[in-house]
Design a protein around this ligand. Structure first.
Ligand code: SF4
Length: 466
């Protein structure tokens, strides 16, 4: 049976569709599960805008039969199920309003290109069953909505009609049904591996590439051109069309040597004013805001780690406890810790600055000291973004997760939490189930601490190089 979700996988890649059919996809991560849960919570809110019959709890056959009965009676339905031969869809909302309207609920903050074939596939199946859809809509999150008290669903939900775009899509179900029946399709690595979502099989497929390959270059237009022309290994990449950065990555991969621009590193280090406040936030976000003065998918800071480096090194940290707004306790503590003068060192300043700016906006009385902190921020990633230091072990990446082990030998592999997305999903688990708190809190504190401890070590290593 070709379901809507399999059809969408097929649009991304035949191999992905085939593996999904055989149930050979890796287990989804906690971070992905969190994202799906957010979608379900948003859907619940959207339902409040309609008077419909919810069939989400019904099993396959029961759902299809009940849907038929409700369609015959022109009722609005949530999770209506339709089967036509080998095709099966469940529609988020089917509404009767002098004709049938089809609504797809997406917990995104805008309508995306890939939402259109999703609706088109449903419309196709409904048409085959004799149900003519008059209009198609996407319901999504209004990113400007600010929660004040109880959720105002009308303000939270945005609506866009996409009927014309849906009508332009040609549905070719046979092509995908053939894939389901056939043998494992070839691995065709392409930009589709990343869109509309990073493919869950990426590790498996991309893991077959040579260890130094062109997909580790930075300029995607260049690396896909090379890849498609059959140039896969870094050693075969010609100079032509390479940026200075990509030239450094390629040369380091071939020579196996670290690239160091001593002058630029010195220039960067000379900007630092001691004491250094090495700082890192952890945040979580939800589709439907939980706290007053917050928006859909706003990054809510729940944790930080701070290493203050002068002639000694001190560590401070914060991890929110309980269900109340974590930002309040966090601001209170941080205000007493980042004081006086000195550079605030972060890794990738756009993230930290955007979190600080929102904190200043939502807690205006704290704005003066937050503005002072922002004005003192120096981005340690600047050295690595322009590849003034590059170790071939980084494999093209300048993230702290690659830079730290490459430059210091210390890494994240022994920690339970490997990245920020997982940290935020784990924190959210403790928000829902308090019994998990003890273990997860320890993991979160270890993880966040390593981020700032890592920055201290990286600065120390850079000092040795200048
Ligand atoms: S990683 Fe790429 S080639 Fe492999 S299954 Fe996914 S989309 Fe297809």
């Amino acid at each position: 049976m070709l379901t809507k979700s399999k059809y969408l996988k097929g649009l991304q890649c035949s191999r992905l569709l085939w593996k999904a059919e055989k149930k050979e996809l890796p287990e989804i991560s906690l971070a992905d599960q969190h994202r799906f849960n957010q979608g379900a919570l948003f859907e619940k809110e959207v339902h409040k805008l309609f008077k419909g019959v919810n069939l989400s709890e019904l099993e396959f056959k029961e759902n299809i039969d009940k849907t038929k009965e409700l369609v015959d009676n022109k009722k609005t339905i949530f999770e209506a199920g339709f089967q036509y031969n080998d095709l099966y869809v469940r529609s988020d909302i089917l509404e009767y309003d002098d004709g049938w309207n089809l609504y797809e609920i997406k917990s995104t903050t805008s309508v995306k290109k890939h939402h259109i074939p999703d609706l088109a596939f449903q419309k196709y199946v409904l048409k085959k069953l004799g149900i003519e859809v008059k209009k198609c809509f996407v319901l999504f999150l209004n990113k400007e909505y600010v929660k004040k008290g109880k959720i105002d669903v009308k303000q939270l939900v945005s609506k866009e009609e996409v009927t014309e775009k849906v009508n332009e899509v040609e549905i070719e179900p046979d092509k995908y049904l053939e894939v389901l029946k056939g043998s494992l399709p070839d691995m065709i690595i392409s930009p589709n591996c990343n869109k509309p979502y990073p493919c869950p099989l990426k590790k498996e497929c991309w893991g077959t590439l040579p260890k130094d390959n062109v997909l580790q270059l930075r300029k995607w237009q260049v690396y896909w051109k090379l890849f498609n022309s059959g140039i896969i290994e870094m050693k075969d990449v010609p100079d032509e069309g390479l940026t200075r950065t990509d030239m450094r990555i390629r040369n380091a991969a071939i020579s196996g040597k670290v690239f160091v621009s001593k002058d630029k590193i010195k220039e960067f280090l000379d900007k630092l004013v001691f004491p250094l406040y090495h700082f890192d936030f952890e945040t979580f976000d939800t589709a439907v805001p939980i706290y007053d003065n917050s928006r859909p998918y706003q990054k809510i800071a729940f944790q930080y780690s701070l290493h203050i480096q002068s002639d000694k090194l001190e560590h401070f940290e914060y991890l929110a406890d309980g269900k109340k707004d974590p930002r309040i306790g966090l601001l209170k503590k941080l205000k007493n810790e980042i004081k006086g003068k000195g550079s605030v060192v972060v890794f990738n300043k756009s993230f930290e600055i955007s979190v600080f700016k929102k904190l200043a906006e939502d807690f205006p009385s704290e704005k003066p000291w937050i503005d002072d902190v922002i004005s003192r921020i120096i981005d340690l990633a600047d050295v690595f973004k322009v590849y003034d230091y590059y170790n071939p072990k980084q494999k093209g990446s300048y993230s702290i997760k690659k830079v730290l082990p490459a430059i210091t030998g210390k890494g994240y592999s022994e920690l339970e939490i490997g990245d920020g997305a997982e940290a935020s999903a784990r924190y959210f688990c403790t928000y829902i189930d308090k019994s998990l708190k003890k273990d997860i809190s320890k993991e979160l504190l270890e993880y966040c601490c390593l981020d700032t401890e890592g920055m201290v070590l990286v600065v120390d290593e850079l000092e040795k190089l200048k």
